[in-house]
Design a protein around this ligand. Structure first.
Ligand SMILES: [Zn+2]
Ligand SMILES: [Zn+2]
Length: 450
């Protein structure tokens, strides 16, 4: 019976043997970016690799998700998911952007697919698989980036989705019902001398789709006959700015968005103006409070010019909760592989400000979501580049395989330990009803409210 250390060494060797192929997958996905729920080509890559590894899978989960199934040989035990996100952003000026769609991997998810496949490769190795208990679900998941809200609302109307984020929808359809714990790693560019980090948290959020309806008229000849929906929106944005100083620092408030339609033609009073908006805060309670403030501001814009506004509030993500035992396994294995001086431990209250649907999953099962170095430039910008694929793909693949071995070797004793102490605040059923309760459409007519 090999020791855990021997198993880890063999898994890392198996990953090293296929290093070029794994980095090649990440580079290939970089060159063919696809946005959330459209990741068909990327999903096909995952299916091909699962097939080559002899891993059966189910596909088409939340449109593009692919979930593998690896049964280990040492007896029953918990099922662990190793997750990789399929989707890109839209960053038209990124050097690897798709010239037709503007899609670009400016958040490093291309590396996540490489590392998820790499960790799987290490664990299905003939010298490892018989010595682990339970099972593995290597899982390529869609749509972590919450973008193209209007397009996703259309998909919802067509009955293809209910929730508009990938893991949210996967929880809804029961794709995590047979998974007891999950892990993934995200790339990062802000690590300094370190190359791996654990800890910290993220914001929760509410996603908003806002439409102002005014009245069109000749902008030069008869503006008095029009109701200017763009002016309504402008007023609302200034009202949001006027409230920012009332938000406490510990709420990590981020209220931001884009105008997706500003009018039809310059010589007509804009009558149909649309915005996608986001309200992020550190706790679900602060999201509710700040979201109602932002709703008030959008109504204020309608009131100011007598326009109508329709605010569609869409359930967004929940703050991230790392399971402490999983996190300490990541810390110890990363330290063993890289040296403790290369591993940062971020205090649990430190909020990165962004949001992830891994936060949603963390409310249902124990999860861990560390960061791996290797990127440069600000995330979500044209300058976000993977400069070191070893750090961004191979290192996290090895660390995830090592953590999986710690969890599932020796009768999965450590995995049972995680499950014994884990206290996720919801189960899937409660999560789904909680999110459904957050969905709301507000119709407000600024011409008749006073
Ligand atoms: Zn991102
Ligand atoms: Zn990301």
């Amino acid at each position: 019976m090999p020791t855990k250390e021997e198993l880890k060494r063999k898994a890392c060797q198996a990953i090293d043997r296929r290093k070029d192929e794994l980095i090649g997958i990440a580079r290939d996905i970089l060159e063919h970016p696809e946005t959330g729920f459209n990741e068909h080509r990327t999903a096909n890559i995952v299916k091909d690799k699962f097939q080559a590894m002899g891993v059966p899978y189910s596909d088409g989960l939340a449109i593009t998700g692919v979930k593998g199934q690896v049964d280990f040989g040492a007896g029953p035990g918990p099922r662990l998911a190793i997750i990789g996100e399929l989707d890109s952003l839209v960053v038209t000026e990124h050097p690897n952007a798709d010239s037709d769609t503007g899609a670009a991997h400016a958040c490093g998810h291309n590396c996540q697919i490489g590392m998820m496949l790499g960790a799987t490769l290490g664990l299905v190795d003939d010298e490892i698989k018989p010595h682990l208990s339970g099972s593995l679900a290597p899982f390529a998941v869609p749509a972590e980036e919450f973008i193209d809200v209007e397009g996703r609302l259309r998909m919802r109307e067509e009955g293809k989705l209910e929730f508009l984020g990938g893991k949210q929808e996967l929880i809804r359809i029961g794709a995590f019902d047979d998974v007891q714990m999950a892990m993934m790693c995200h790339t990062a560019s802000d690590m300094g001398e370190q190359s791996f980090s654990v800890g910290g948290t993220s914001n929760g959020h509410m996603v908003k789709y806002v439409q102002y309806i005014g009245r069109a008229a000749h902008a030069g000849g008869a503006p008095h006959l029009g109701i200017n929906a763009l002016n309504a929106a402008t007023w609302a944005l200034n009202a949001i700015h006027a409230n920012r100083e009332t938000v406490r620092e510990n709420e990590t408030g981020r209220f931001h968005g884009i105008v997706t339609k500003g009018g039809e033609a310059v010589n007509a009073v804009p009558a149909d103006v649309r915005l996608e908006w986001r309200v992020r805060s550190s706790s679900p309670e602060a999201v509710v409070k700040n979201n109602s403030m932002v709703d008030r501001c959008f109504k204020a814009g309608a009131l100011a010019v007598g326009a109508k506004v329709k605010i569609t509030n869409i359930p967004g993500y929940l703050p991230m909760r790392h399971d402490p035992m999983l996190q300490s396994l990541f810390q110890s294995n990363a330290s063993d592989l890289l040296g403790p001086e290369r591993v940062a431990v971020i205090p649990s209250r430190r909020n990165r400000g962004g949001s992830t649907d891994m936060g949603d999953l963390s409310h249902v099962i124990p999860v861990c979501h560390p960061y791996a170095g290797g990127a440069t430039g600000p995330g979500h910008s044209k300058s976000y580049i993977i400069a070191d694929y070893e750090k961004a793909v191979i290192t996290p693949a090895k660390i995830m395989a090592m953590v999986a071995i710690d969890l599932l070797a020796q009768d999965a004793e450590q995995a049972h330990g995680v499950l014994d102490q884990a206290k996720p605040p919801m189960d899937a059923k409660r999560y789904i009803s909680y999110q459904r309760q957050r969905a709301e459409i507000i119709d407000f007519d600024g011409a008749t409210e006073l």
